[in-house]
Structure formats: C-alpha cells, structure tokens
Design a protein around this ligand. Structure first.
Ligand code: FES
Ligand code: FES
Length: 163
C-alpha cells in the first residue's frame, strides 16, 4: 500500500505516493522522473546515487523517502541555477573529467558540496571530499583538476562580483 508524502526536490514540493520499501533513489527516478541520479551498487559503496540533503552529500540508495520529508534535496537536475551551469559542470566538460559519465552526477554533487565547505580545496581535501564516489574510467586526475579549476573560477567571480 502506497503512502502519500511530500518531498522538496530542486526547489519544488512534490506530493508523491510511495511504496514503503522503495528507497529515495527509486522514488527520485521512478516516481519523479529524475533519472540523473544513478543506480549503482545499491549497497552504499559506489556513490553513483549521491544527492544533496540540506547541501550535504548523501547516498539515496540507503535512505527511505519518509526519512527526508521536509528536508531540501538537490539532484543533478537542480545543480544549474536559472539556466546557468554550475562552474563544475563547465570545467568537467572542458577538461574531459567525464568519460562514460555514469559516476558524474554523483561526483558533481559531492564536488559542489566540497567547494561550499572548502572554496579553495587542496588536492588532499578534494580527494577526501570525493572519496565516496567511485569512477572506473578517468583515473581521477582530470576530476581533481576540474574541481580545482572550478574553485579558481568561483573565487574570481566572487571577487569580481564583490560577493
Ligand atoms: S548506488 Fe548508492 S552507493 Fe552505490
Ligand atoms: S566517467 Fe565512467 S565511471 Fe566515471
């Protein structure tokens, strides 16, 4: 039997009738059509299903929707702002930090949270911040470089905008 709950996703409230055993990952993809969040191991080990909960990375395969009612969920579809890509999305594309792309939504969200916490991360901080997200393709170097370039650009734009 389904249960009616309200989820706040990407700035919008959604009333959704969920099956009690379905994870947040399943509800985001199957009930809300937000298929940018990826199914991976479903065991909490790969990070492909990462979303932000109140701006912090969480594994949606390990959460039940009822646990996150009333909290702010951000999926990859919500990372752009008013039609403008997040700087990380631009630098990943420019530097080839995404290859097959399966890990990319989760890494971008973990990266956005990392840059919020450490606006100019060291390489060690970048490794630590992305340590829960596995990538089988890139060898990670391009990913770290893309994070560092985005940090530089965000720093410049903040100084330029006096924010
Ligand atoms: S699918 Fe959630 S951690 Fe792998
Ligand atoms: S780009 Fe293929 S798994 Fe990361």
């Amino acid at each position: 039997m389904r249960e009616l709950i309200t989820l706040h996703v990407n700035g919008e409230s959604h009333e959704v009738a969920v099956l009690p055993h379905h994870t947040l990952l399943e509800v985001l993809r199957e009930d809300l059509g937000l298929i940018g969040t990826k199914h991976g191991c479903e065991l909490g080990e790969c990070g492909a299903c990462t979303v932000l909960l109140n701006d912090k990375p969480v594994l949606s395969c390990l959460l039940l929707p009822i646990e996150v009612q009333g909290q702010r969920i951000t999926t990859i579809e919500g990372l752009e702002h008013n039609g403008t890509l997040h700087p990380l999305q631009e630098t990943f594309a420019e530097l080839g930090a995404a290859q097959c792309g399966y890990c990319t939504p989760g890494i971008l969200l973990s990266g956005a949270a990392l840059l919020r916490e450490h606006p100019h991360p060291t390489r060690e901080q970048a490794k630590e911040g992305l340590s829960g997200n596995l990538c089988r393709c890139t060898g990670y170097t391009k990913i770290y470089e893309a994070v560092e370039l985005a940090a530089q650009r965000m720093g410049h734009s903040k100084e330029g905008n006096n924010l």
